[in-house]
Design a protein around this ligand. Structure first.
Ligand SMILES: Cc1ncc(COP(=O)(O)O)c(C=O)c1O
Length: 360
């Protein structure tokens, strides 16, 4: 009988709650509004010939490299950051090799590691979710081939300094260090300019969040030229579709759209954090377009809270299953009116002081 590889069979499947997402979407950290109008106009101008032809990635990579101020051969456009993570796992992990992740974090690092036959080494973040550099350093072995860090981290919103990441890259030269900057635009700090200080550092960015193009599936991976040549070799030459490639130059050219959206999100994040602080609701200060907050102390509390929000037409993400997050939910920050609606709906009085039990 045909049987999948053991590594694949033993990988826990990841089923984010994608179906029936009706309402205000504050559950997946997407842009809550739209992409730039320039992107939409470009899409509307596409013709049948654009779809009949295989997509050509290279010219758009050149534009992206110029935008990022890196060399053309240091860049690979990917089908979202997810594909970049997948490619890194396929390229660097042999059976039994180790990938270090700091938990709680983005789920796909562990899934692609396991599916590639690697072993996931989970290092717990500190109690306040700050980066546990000493513990991560201690976890490095001769079999460490990947260290994946989201900066800012999802779901906690915490960050790691460039110095800490570079110290780690130097301590583990046999490992690829992925700095996943999916939320870069909301944070504003990057390791990109210092990446060349260590040849094993990779930086990933996405167009799914601030740029509002999650449906187009577009990400970019930047790394050492020699390493990128290898990665390009295992990626499909057609991994990014023609629609996404046509839109990317427009998206990059419209930085005022991104800046205006980010400014609104930062203001909204402040409004939410201020409201939570005023009522004494526990939350973790975030550098992303989302905030992790406590809805109670048990899985049931977080589930009930999320359910009640859904009944009110707002989708939030129950993160109770993540390490150290029991009773917590993650809420995406979006446009001003979306934050206003969130604040009107959040029963802060009910949350205030309970910090133990969320009840209807
Ligand atoms: C840290 C992190 N990396 C990557 C992604 C996925 O990005 P993409 O849509 O580009 O695959 C997410 C999405 O939630 C994320 O939180």
């Amino acid at each position: 009988m045909l049987k999948a590889r053991e590594a694949v069979l033993s990988t826990p499947s990841y089923h984010p709650p994608l179906s029936g997402r009706v309402g205000l979407r504050l559950d997946f950290n997407e842009n809550t509004d739209s992409c730039s109008p320039r992107v939409l106009r470009r899409l509307q101008r596409l013709g049948s010939q654009d779809l009949a032809k295989y997509p050509e990635r290279e010219p758009v990579e050149e534009i992206t490299a110029a935008f990022l101020k890196v060399k053309r051969n240091e860049v690979l456009l990917t089908n979202g950051v997810d594909e970049a993570i997948h490619l890194l796992c396929q390229t660097y992990l042999d059976r039994g090799d180790e990938a270090i992740i700091v938990v709680p974090t983005y789920s796909m690092y562990a899934i692609y590691t396991k599916a590639a036959g690697g072993e996931v080494i989970r290092v717990r973040a500190a109690e306040d979710f700050s980066f546990p550099l000493t513990a991560v350093m201690k976890a490095v072995t001769s079999r460490t081939r990947l260290i994946a860090l989201a900066n800012p981290n999802n779901p906690t919103g915490s960050v790691v300094s460039n110095d800490e990441m570079l110290a780690l890259a130097h301590a583990a030269p046999q490992a690829a260090l992925l700095v996943d900057e999916a939320y870069f635009e909301f944070y504003g700090t990057t390791i990109l300019e210092r990446r060349r200080e260590a040849a094993n550092v990779f930086v990933a960015r996405t167009f799914s969040k601030a740029y509002g193009m999650a449906g187009l599936r577009l990400g970019v991976l930047i790394g050492d030229e020699e390493q990128m040549r290898v990665l390009r070799g295992v990626s499909s030459p057609y991994n990014v579709n023609a629609l996404a490639l046509a839109c990317l130059p427009e998206a990059l050219a419209d930085q005022s759209y991104v800046a205006e959206y980010v400014a609104e999100v930062l203001e909204g994040r402040q409004r939410l954090e201020h409201a939570l602080k005023e009522r004494g609701v526990q939350f973790w200060p975030s550098r992303g377009n989302f905030v992790l907050m406590r809805a109670g102390h048990s899985k049931t509390d977080a589930a009930l809270f999320s359910e009640q929000m859904r009944d009110e037409g707002i989708l939030v993400r129950d993160r109770s299953a993540d390490e150290g997050c029991e009773g917590c939910v993650r809420i995406t920050i979006g446009r001003r009116e979306h934050v206003t609606r969130l604040l009107q709906t959040l029963a802060l009085d009910q949350l205030a002081g309970t910090q133990g039990a969320w009840r209807r």
